[in-house]
Ligand binder design. Structure first.
Ligand SMILES: C[S@@+](CC[C@H](N)C(=O)[O-])C[C@H]1O[C@@H](n2cnc3c(N)ncnc32)[C@H](O)[C@@H]1O
Ligand code: SF4
Length: 451
């Protein structure tokens, strides 16, 4: 059996499993957890342990057809202005609940398109967060940037507000691919954006790329890779296109006939990964690459990479406060997600309530499995000794699953009394292997292709 046939029989092309940016995953959340548990969790935080903040801006000027992010198109800035008022009101509610002296170690603005904000709004919002949660001296602040919706004034406002890292959306530079995903983005505009970000002192720059898009082939991808590498990114995220039109209805605009076939898609991912390695970028987990000098690569060398809703990170803050519509907070007791639709979120905040509407309280077993899955996703190594130090003898609950994984995946994994390692040849199956530790998957929704 060829290598690819073997991977196929193990589900490389057919399995639909989560990306495990959390465990349990968001489709498992229920409305038995909401604002009450959110308030209790916030009030009980240790003021001496800095928190991370995620702030969601669910607006875009354009709505790219491929995009599965939670966002809405707007031509006017009026709803954006109102949304910032709501975020400020949410911050006031938090201020009244959080323990005095709590500080912020990380902040990330995502979306949607945070750079839809005018410079004055950028300054106002950053100031509002920092007034409630003063940053630690080494705090980092990262922002998702759409190169077609940013200018020098916005970049200056972000830099003034403390932005240390920027993530630009590229996806693909080929005009035919861009036309098929409803996203026009000339290379020159992207290059000018990078030049401005560098001039503003941004030392860590990430580029998002997507493989498996309509009309992508090896030659087109190679040209995109040349162009991306000419921008000298410090990090690259290489996502497999998730075609989930039942969730992201705008994807119905994409003709499924134009998507690359499964083997081509796999080869495109391998081609890009090879190219990044040759360019000196170190692979991180299943879909990131980083320069050895970048914080993410250094964290990988030290075994400190973590996985959160934004993907791979070197952020070690145990608590994440999610602000804005649909944002998820990770609190010591579990996850709480704000109301997803912007009007429902705004209504709750206007009524003087926290916006938590769904969530999941973590059992001891959930916490154990969450960490084990995270280890596989980050390091391809489930380290039982490390789990035992945190979770004690209950870590042995994973042994039957490890034995089952070893039986199913054979020499693509190596199981020992000390844990489980995924061999380099089995790493494309990591999401599938991790799913074997998932006790909630049957209750969850439909997921994207595993590769
Ligand atoms: C919030 S968006 C990007 C920020 C900014 N709005 C932009 O377009 O440049 C975050 C990233 O998610 C990725 N993404 C969105 N939809 C996706 C999908 N269906 N499959 C895979 N990746 C996707 C894209 O790489 C995108 O850059
Ligand atoms: S890719 Fe960015 S700009 Fe396009 S719809 Fe998604 S969030 Fe908006």
């Amino acid at each position: 059996m060829t290598r690819i046939d073997r991977l196929r029989t193990l589900g490389l092309f057919s399995a639909r499993v989560p990306r495990y940016t959390s465990y349990p995953t968001a489709p498992v959340f229920t409305d038995t957890v909401g604002a009450t548990q959110q308030a209790q969790g916030l009030a009980a935080l240790d003021p001496d342990v800095p928190v991370s903040v995620y702030l969601h801006i669910p607006f875009c000027e354009r709505l790219c057809w491929f995009c599965a992010c939670r966002t809405q198109g707007t031509r006017s800035l009026a709803p954006v202005d109102r949304y910032i008022d709501t975020l400020e009101a949410e911050l006031t509610l938090l201020r009244d609940l959080l323990p005095a002296g709590l500080r912020m170690g990380r902040m990330h603005w995502g979306g949607g398109t945070p750079t839809i904000l005018r410079p004055a709004l950028i300054r106002r919002l950053a100031h509002a967060v920092q007034a409630v949660l003063p940053p630690t001296p080494e705090a980092e602040f990262s922002v998702e940037i759409d190169p077609t919706l940013v200018d020098a004034d916005k970049i200056a406002a972000l830099a003034q507000a403390g932005m240390t890292r920027a993530s630009i959306g590229v996806q693909d530079f080929d005009p035919q691919v861009q036309a098929a995903i409803g996203r026009s983005q000339p290379f020159d505009i992207t290059r000018d954006c990078v030049t401005e970000l560098r001039a503003a002192g941004i030392a860590s720059l990430n580029a998002d790329l997507v493989y498996g898009l309509p009309h992508q082939d090896s030659a087109r991808l190679e040209r995109t890779l040349d162009q991306v590498l000419s921008l000298a990114p410090d990090r690259v995220a290489l996502f497999g296109y998730a075609h989930v039109p039942w969730m992201a209805r705008r994807q119905a605009l994409i003709d499924a006939e134009t998507l690359p076939g499964e083997e081509t898609r796999h080869q495109l991912a391998q081609q890009a990964a090879r190219r990044f390695r040759h360019a000196g970028l170190q692979p991180i987990g299943i879909d990131h690459f980083a320069r050895p000098s970048d914080g993410l690569a250094r964290a990988a060398q030290a075994g400190r990479v973590r996985r959160n809703f934004q993907g791979y990170t070197d952020d070690s803050c145990p608590t994440l406060l999610g602000l804005g519509a649909s944002s998820i907070s990770r609190l010591p007791g579990g996850y709480v997600q704000n109301a997803s639709a912007t009007p429902a979120y705004a209504q709750r905040i206007a009524a003087g309530q926290l916006a938590g509407a769904r969530g999941h309280l973590m059992s001891g077993e959930d916490a154990l499995r969450a960490r084990a899955i995270e280890m596989l996703m980050c390091d391809f190594h489930l380290d039982l000794a490390a789990l035992r130090r945190v979770f004690g003898p209950s870590s042995a609950r994973l042994l039957p699953d490890i034995a089952q994984i070893a039986a199913e995946f054979g020499d693509l994994v190596r199981a020992t009394p000390e844990g489980l390692r995924i061999a380099p040849g089995g790493r494309v199956l990591t999401r599938i292997i991790a799913s074997r530790l998932d006790r909630h998957i049957a209750a969850g929704g439909r997921f994207s292709q595993a590769s």
